[in-house]
Design a protein around this ligand. Sequence first.
Ligand code: NAI
Length: 329
Amino acid sequence: MNILFFGTKSYDKQFFEELLKNGNYHDLEITFIEPNLSSETARLADGFEAVCAFVNMDLSEKTVRTLHKCGVKLILMRCAGFNNVDLDVAKECGMKIMRVPGYSPEAVAEHAMALVLTADRHMHKAYIKCRENNFNLAGLMGVNLYGKTAGIVGTGKIGAAMARICHGFGMRVIGYDMYPNKSLDFMEYVDFDHLLAEADLISLHCPLTEENYHLINKDTISKMKDGVMLVNTSRGALIKTDDLIQGIRDGKFFAVGLDVYEEETGTVYEDMSDRILEHSTMARLLSFPNVMVTSHQGFFTVEALEAISRTTLDNALAYVEGRESGNEL
Ligand code: NAI
């Protein structure tokens, strides 16, 4: 089966080629291209049976229909989230979609905690100050996590990994999820309002759905403790960014860590260093000293990339051999 691999970065090529060389994937042939998949680039897939796409790409109706016209039968998402894919249209066109559901929950959870610690203890500022021989501590004071309450929203694979990390820091851990995770015996499940009112650190780990779009907004922010820390490594649209900015300006948050944000499509994974940022909300977020922004990189560890490439190729092989891999959507 020939697969067109959209949005190739050097690290994608490195991990996929390594496996193609050494694994049992002789039935698969991959063509790597740099453009991201979108309604404009979808026609590049003409003649390919499958395409491989990532979290930052546009697989809305127009893209999926163009892929279908090109003869594509399989969409391999090399990521867990799929809120950027029009599943209904893909189904209507008879196309199969497969993904990588849980490649390394710890990679994302460890990044979430890195964001908390960086923003709380001002590592980003300390690094620059020390490099400039400024050993003064002004502006660097943080708060202890030990003894505080962590509120985990969504206690699936990544939320559970984050809960375990917080528990290891000596925090009380409370969680909100419609389906409590029985493996977390230290976790106290509470309702959402209760979590907002009690948590000193709120970490978002639920998938983005129609129901929880803008879950964090003016109203829910007003229910949080003053001086709360908020971390989002899940999906940008869980937070209404304008309301978050207002909350930050009002001094509600001690620290905010964002690996994902509403306007990330088109920006994330691109070098924009010689350009003017089009989006004013991103520019404003970057202007706050207690906000730490990273570029949707929670997944970005060696272990996660190995697992992503292996599962993606195993998904493709299962399709070729007419088997279910269990990762179909
Ligand atoms: P999962 O499916 O194992 O767990 C999600 C949990 O959220 C489930 O227990 C579900 O019941 C719960 N949930 C759903 N809606 C909810 C709501 N409204 N309120 C509270 N809980 C709710 O998913 P996993 O693997 O833990 O991933 C979570 C999310 O992390 C993904 O959907 C994706 O958006 C994001 N992610 C981010 C990455 C990054 O690089 N920053 C990488 C991978 C995933």
